[in-house]
Design a binder for this molecule. Structure first.
Ligand code: BES
Ligand code: ZN
Length: 963
C-alpha cells in the first residue's frame, strides 16, 4: 500500500465517521493523469468529445447478443501513453482497435488491459501521445442480458400468446459501459451519433429524432440513423428496438409508446405529460431543449422510470392507466413520475452533476418538481400538502433521524456505493431542503436563481456550490436575507451534515422571554464515535393565537450555526405560539408543556381550523416523534391527539396514521391494548362517518384518498360501524359476484376490514373467491384480506392450509399469505409465532429452505411487545439455532427494542388511556341522556353534524360497554 493510499484511506475513514466531505477535486483525485489502484475514477488525462456508435441487436433471430462499433473522438489533455475508459461485459475484437491522430495517421495500439475491479479498459501505445485530438475505434460484442441493466432484452406476450422480444437500455448510473466503451462519469459529457440495425418489422428509438433510414443490402435489414445529440453524459443515452406503437402529437414531436395491446392505456400519460412539460418550461423560463420527446413503457424495468434525454422510459405500472379500473394512487404515481422525469430534463440532463456526490442536484429537484408540476396539472390534488406529509414527515424525517444517515453531498466511488445513494436522502430530504430554500428566499427569488443556475451551467456539470452561487446572485438583487448572510453559508450546514434539528421553544411566562435552542434530532441510538457538533442555519417564523396567520413563510429570524440558543421577543402569555409555519423548514419543533397544553386545548375546540392544515399535521407528527425520542411526555402528546375526533382532513390524518402505526405496534397486546383500540376507534369515528364506506362520483381527490386510510385504520382499531359496513359490502360482492361493486381504490381495505370479524362462512366464501377469480387485482386483495381475520380458529386453520400442498398455493403465494396473517392483526402475532414453533420442520420442508422461516421469525418478532413473548422467542431460538441463523439476532433486537419502549412508556400511556376513557365515557353518557331526540331534526347541516357527533359518542359508549 502506498503512503498516499494509506493517508487517503485514513481520511476516508475519518470522513465517514464524522460525515465530513473527503477533500478531493472533482476532476481526478490526484490531479490530471495520476491514479492509484482501487480508485474508481478515470484519470482525466483524456476526455471524450463525440461518440459515433453502431449497434446490431439480435432479438428476433439469434442469441441475444449485439454487435457494436464505436469511434470515440477524444482529446489528450496531457501527454500520455495510455487511454483509460470504462467497459463491462463487452468482448473486443482487439485486432480491429484503431487509434488515429487529427492528421489521419494511425498510431499503433500495443496493449489492451482489462481492469475488471474498476471496469477499466486501458489502451496502451508505444510512445507518448501529445496533446491534441484523436479518434479511438473499437469493434466488440455485447450481451442482451435479462437483468435490466445496460443494453438488455425484455418481452411481452401478444394476442396470439407468442413471446415478442424487444431490446432497451438502462444506463444510470454505471451501465452505459455495458453497451459501448466510454468515459462513464456524469461530468465527462460528449455528443452521440447513434445508428442501429434492426429487422424491417421493428423500429428504433433513441434520444434524438431519426435522421434517415436505409436498407442494408447484405441482409435486407434496416439501419436507423439518429441525429447527433447535444453534449450530454453517457448515463442518459438510450435506445429501444421494438414493435411498439404510439400515440403521437400532430407534428410527431411528442409521442407515447407501449406494447401494441396496451396503447389504449397510454392516453393519460400523453395528456398530462404535455401540461407538465409546458409548466416546467414556464417555471424555469427555459424551453425544452431537444427537438422531440418520446415516452415509452418497458415490460421489464429495474427502476420506476428513467429520464433519458428525449426518450423517457417507464415501468408499465407507472405508465398504463385505465379509467374505472386503475386506482387513484396509480393515477397519482403516473402523473407524478412524469413530472419527476421531466424535471430531470433540466435538472440532470441540461445541467449534470459534477460527480455522483451531487446526485441530489438531480434527484432532489426531480422529486420537488414531481409534486410541484403535477400540482399545476392536477390542481385539486393538493400535492404540495401531500408532499409535506408523505415526503417530509413520513419519509425524509424518518430516514434522516437515524445515526446511520448520510449528508446530501456524499462521497462515493464504486458502482455499488453510487447505486446506494439513490435513496431517501438524495430524493426526499433534498426535495425538502429545496422546498425550504424556495420559502426562505421567496419563490420569486428562488425561481430567478434557478434560471440563472440552469443558464450558467447548461451543457456543463455542476456542484452544489454552483447552485448556491446562482441563488446568492438572485438574492443579492432582492435583499431577502440579513446583510452579510449568504445562501452558501446557510446551505452548507444542510448539505454537508447528515441529520436535521429539533428546535425547542421554551417560554418564560413571567418575564415574557422565549429561548430557542437547536439540537440534532435522533431516533434510536447515537453513534458514540461521532463527535461532530451538529448545528444548522435555521430559518424560523411563528404564528400566535391572538392572530393566527400562517401565510408568510419567509424567515422572521435565524438561528445561526454558531448559536446554541437565541432569545426572542415576548409573546402574549395567555395564548399559544406555533413555529415553522406550514412546516417549510426542514426541522421539528418542541415546546414547553404549557405551550403544548394551550395548543392541545385550542386544537380541541371549534377554532382548530385556524391552525394551518400543514401545521396541524406537523404538530401531530412532531409530537408523536418527540415522544418516541424521549423529548416530550406521552401524556402531552396524547392530549394533542384528542383533537383528532374533530379532524376530517386527509393531511393531518395521514400524519396521525403514520405516527399511530408505530404506537399501535409497540403498544399492541399489552394490558390496556383494548383501551388503546377503543380510544383510537373513537377518534376515527367522526372522520369515518364523514367519508363513509363508499365512493361517490363527486368526491374530492383528497376525500377519496382519505377514505382508503380511514377504512384501513378505523376498522383495524375495531370501530364497529366501519367493520359492519365493510362486511356488508364484502358479502354483497360475494353474493353477486359477476360485477364487483367495490371501487378499485377500496378493494383491498374493504376485503380486509370485512373479514376482520366475519364468521367462517363468509371467510370461506372469500377463500373460494380467491381460488376462482381470474382478476389478479382481486386475487392479491383477497389473499391479503384472508389474513385480517381476528378469529382464532379461522386463522389457525388457514395457516395449516397455507403450508398444505393440496390447497394449491405456490410457495411464493404461501409465503405472502403467512406474512399477511401476522401483519393482518396484532391478535394474529402470537398465533403465527406459535404455529411457527409447532410446525417449524414442516414449514422448512414445504418451502424447501430455511430462509422463509427466518422471514417469518423476524416478521413476528418485529411485532412482539411483552416479556412473555420474548421468553418464548428466546426458547425457540435456542432450540432451532441451526435453522434460524443470523435472523435470530435481528429478531431479538426487534423484540427487545419494542420491550424497551414498553419499559419506558407503557405505564404512562396506559394511565392516560384509562383516565381519558373514563372521562369520555362520563361525557358521552351525559350527552346521551341530555340529547333531546324528540327534537325535530330537519336536514340542515348543523343538525346533521350534531347528530353525527352524538352518533360518534354513542358508538364510543357501545365500544366501552362491550369491553
Ligand atoms: N434517475 C432515476 C432512475 C434511477 C433510479 C436510476 C435508481 C438508477 C438508480 C429516475 O429519475 C427516478 O428517480 N426514478 C424513480 C421514480 C420516482 C421517484 C417517481 C424510481 O425509479 O424510483
Ligand atoms: Zn429521478
Amino acid at each position: 500500500m502506498t503512503l498516499m493510499k494509506i493517508v487517503l484511506q485514513l481520511a476516508l475513514l475519518v470522513a465517514i465517521a464524522f460525515s465530513i466531505p473527503v477533500p478531493r477535486t472533482e476532476v481526478g483525485q490526484f490531479g490530471i493523469g495520476s491514479r492509484v489502484d482501487g480508485d474508481y475514477r478515470l484519470p482525466n488525462n483524456t476526455a471524450p468529445l463525440q461518440y459515433n456508435i453502431t449497434l446490431v441487436p439480435y432479438i428476433v433471430v439469434g442469441n441475444f447478443t449485439f454487435d457494436g462499433t464505436v469511434d470515440i473522438l477524444l482529446q489528450v489533455l496531457e501527454a500520455t501513453s495510455t487511454i483509460t475508459l470504462h467497459t463491462n461485459a463487452l468482448t473486443y475484437n482487439e485486432s480491429l482497435t484503431k487509434l488515429v491522430n487529427q492528421n489521419g495517421s494511425s498510431i499503433n495500439v500495443t496493449s489492451h488491459t482489462y481492469d475488471t475491479a474498476e471496469q477499466f479498459l486501458i489502451i496502451g501505445v508505444a510512445s507518448q501521445l501529445s496533446i491534441g485530438n484523436y479518434t479511438l475505434s473499437f469493434t466488440y460484442v455485447g450481451v442482451l442480458d435479462s437483468d435490466m441493466y445496460g443494453f438488455y432484452r425484455s418481452s411481452y406476450t401478444n394476442a396470439s400468446g407468442d413471446t415478442v422480444w424487444l431490446a432497451t437500455t438502462q444506463f444510470e448510473p454505471t451501465s452505459a459501459r455495458r453497451a459501448f466503451p466510454c468515459y462513464d462519469e456524469p461530468a465527462l459529457k460528449a455528443t452521440f451519433a447513434i445508428s442501429i440495425k434492426h429487422e424491417p418489422e421493428l423500429h428504433a428509438l433513441s434520444n434524438m429524432p431519426i435522421n434517415y433510414t436505409y436498407e442494408d443490402s447484405t441482409d435486407g435489414k434496416i439501419w436507423t440513423v439518429f441525429e447527433t445529440t447535444p453534449i450530454m453524459p453517457t448515463y442518459l443515452v438510450a435506445f429501444v428496438v421494438s414493435d411498439f406503437i404510439a400515440i403521437k402529437s400532430d407534428d410527431e414531436t411528442y409521442n407515447v409508446w407501449t406494447k401494441p395491446p396496451a396503447i389504449d392505456q397510454a392516453q393519460y400519460v400523453f395528456d398530462i405529460g404535455r401540461i407538465e412539460l409546458a409548466e416546467l418550461e414556464n417555471y424555469t423560463n427555459i424551453s425544452y431543449m431537444l427537438p422531440k420527446m418520446d415516452q415509452i413503457s418497458i415490460p421489464d424495468f429495474s427502476a420506476g422510470a428513467m429520464e433519458n434525454w428525449g426518450l423517457v422510459t417507464y415501468r408499465e405500472s407507472m405508465f398504463l392507466y385505465e379509467e374505472n379500473v386503475s386506482t387513484l394512487s396509480t393515477k397519482r404515481s403516473i402523473a407524478t413520475v412524469i413530472s419527476h422525469e421531466f424535471g430531470h430534463q433540466w435538472f440532470g440532463n441540461l445541467v449534470s452533476p459534477a460527480w455522483w456526490k451531487y446526485l441530489w442536484l438531480n434527484e432532489g429537484f426531480a422529486t420537488y418538481f414531481q409534486y410541484y408540476t403535477t400540482d399545476v396539472a392536477e390542481d385539486n390534488w393538493r400535492l404540495m400538502e401531500q408532499f409535506v406529509v408523505v415526503a417530509q414527515q413520513a419519509t425524509a424525517f424518518v430516514s434522516d433521524a437515524s445515526a446511520t444517515s448520510h449528508p446530501m453531498n456524499q462521497d462515493v466511488a464504486s458502482p455499488s456505493e453510487i447505486s446506494a445513494i439513490f435513496d431517501n436522502i438524495s430524493y426526499r430530504k433534498a426535495a425538502c431542503v429545496i422546498r425550504m430554500m424556495s420559502h426562505f428566499l421567496t419563490e420569486e427569488v428562488f425561481k430567478a436563481g434557478l434560471t440563472k443556475y440552469l443558464n450558467k451551467m447548461a451543457y456543463s456539470a455542476a456542484t452544489s456550490d454552483d447552485l448556491f452561487e446562482a441563488l446568492d446572485e438572485a438574492e443579492s438583487e432582492a435583499y431577502i436575507l440579513p446583510t452579510l448572510v449568504y445562501v452558501s453559508d446557510i446551505m452548507e450546514t444542510w448539505v454537508e451534515q447528515m441529520g436535521y434539528p429539533v428546535v425547542t421553544v421554551t417560554r418564560n411566562y413571567t418575564t415574557g422571554t422565549t429561548e430557542i435552542t437547536q439540537a440534532r434530532f435522533l431516533l434510536g441510538d447515537a453513534d458514540s464515535s461521532d463527535t461532530h457538533d451538529y448545528k444548522w442555519w435555521i430559518p424560523i417564523n411563528w404564528a400566535v393565537q391572538s392572530s393566527p396567520d400562517f401565510s408568510s413563510t419567509v424567515a422572521a429570524d435565524w438561528i445561526r450555526s454558531q448559536d446554541e440558543s437565541i432569545i426572542i421577543s415576548s409573546f402574549n402569555a395567555s395564548g399559544w405560539v406555533i413555529f415553522n409555519k406550514q412546516q417549510t423548514g426542514y426541522y421539528r419543533v418542541n415546546y414547553d408543556d404549557t405551550n403544548w397544553g394551550m395548543i392541545a386545548n385550542y386544537l380541541n375546540s371549534d377554532d382548530y381550523l385556524a391552525i394551518h392544515v400543514l401545521n396541524r399535521a406537523a404538530l401531530i407528527d412532531d409530537a408523536l416523534n418527540l415522544a418516541r425520542a424521549n423529548l416530550l411526555s406521552y401524556s402531552v402528546v396524547l392530549d394533542v391527539t384528542l383533537y383528532l375526533q374533530r379532524e376530517v382532513d386527509y393531511v393531518p390524518w395521514y400524519a396521525a396514521f403514520t405516527g399511530l402505526s408505530y404506537l399501535h405496534r409497540v403498544f399492541a397486546n399489552t394490558d390496556e391494548y383494548e383501551s388503546f383500540r377503543t380510544y383510537f376507534a373513537f377518534l376515527t369515528s367522526n372522520v369515518f362517518e364523514t367519508v363513509g364506506i363508499e365512493e361517490s362520483s363527486d368526491d374530492e381527490h383528497m376525500t377519496t384518498l382519505n377514505r382508503i386510510n380511514v377504512i384501513n385504520y378505523a376498522c383495524n382499531f375495531g370501530l364497529q360501524s366501519c367493520r359492519s359496513s365493510a362486511e356488508e359490502k364484502l358479502i354483497n360482492w360475494l353474493d353477486n359476484s359477476t360485477v364487483n361493486p367495490i371501487a378499485p381504490n377500496l378493494l383491498t381495505n374493504t376485503i380486509c376490514a370485512g373479514l376482520r370479524g366475519a364468521n367462517s362462512t363468509t371467510w370461506n366464501r372469500a377463500l373460494n373467491k380467491y381460488l376462482t377469480t381470474e382478476s389478479s387485482t382481486e386475487k392479491t386483495a383477497l389473499l391479503a384480506g384472508l389474513g385480517c381475520s381476528e378469529n382464532e380458529s379461522i386463522i389457525n386453520n388457514w395457516m395449516s392450509a397455507i403450508i398444505n400442498s393440496t390447497t394449491g398455493l405456490t410457495t411464493s403465494t404461501s409465503s405472502s399469505a403467512f406474512i399477511y396473517v401476522y401483519q393482518g392483526s396484532p391478535y394474529n402475532v402470537d398465533r403465527a409465532f406459535d404455529f411457527l414453533v409447532d410446525n417449524v420442520n414442516d414449514i422448512v420442508s414445504y418451502f424447501g429452505s430455511n430462509s422463509t422461516v427466518q422471514t417469518f421469525l423476524t416478521g413476528t418478532a418485529y411485532r412482539m411487545t411483552t416479556q412473555t413473548q420474548l421468553d418464548k422467542l428466546n426458547a425457540f431460538i435456542t432450540a432451532q439455532s441451526a435453522i434460524l441463523g443470523t435472523a435470530a439476532a435481528t429478531a431479538i433486537e426487534y423484540a427487545e427494542s419494542n420491550i424497551a419502549w414498553n419499559t419506558a412508556y407503557e405505564e404512562e400511556v396506559r394511565t392516560w388511556l384509562v383516565a381519558t376513557l373514563a372521562e369520555l365515557e362520563a361525557t358521552a353518557t351525559e350527552t346521551y341522556e341530555t340529547t333531546t331526540f324528540e327534537e325535530d331534526y330537519d336536514d340542515s347541516s348543523a343538525a346533521t353534524a350534531s347528530l353525527n357527533f352524538c352518533a360518534a359518542l354513542l358508538i364510543f359508549v357501545c365500544l366501552v360497554q362491550t369491553n
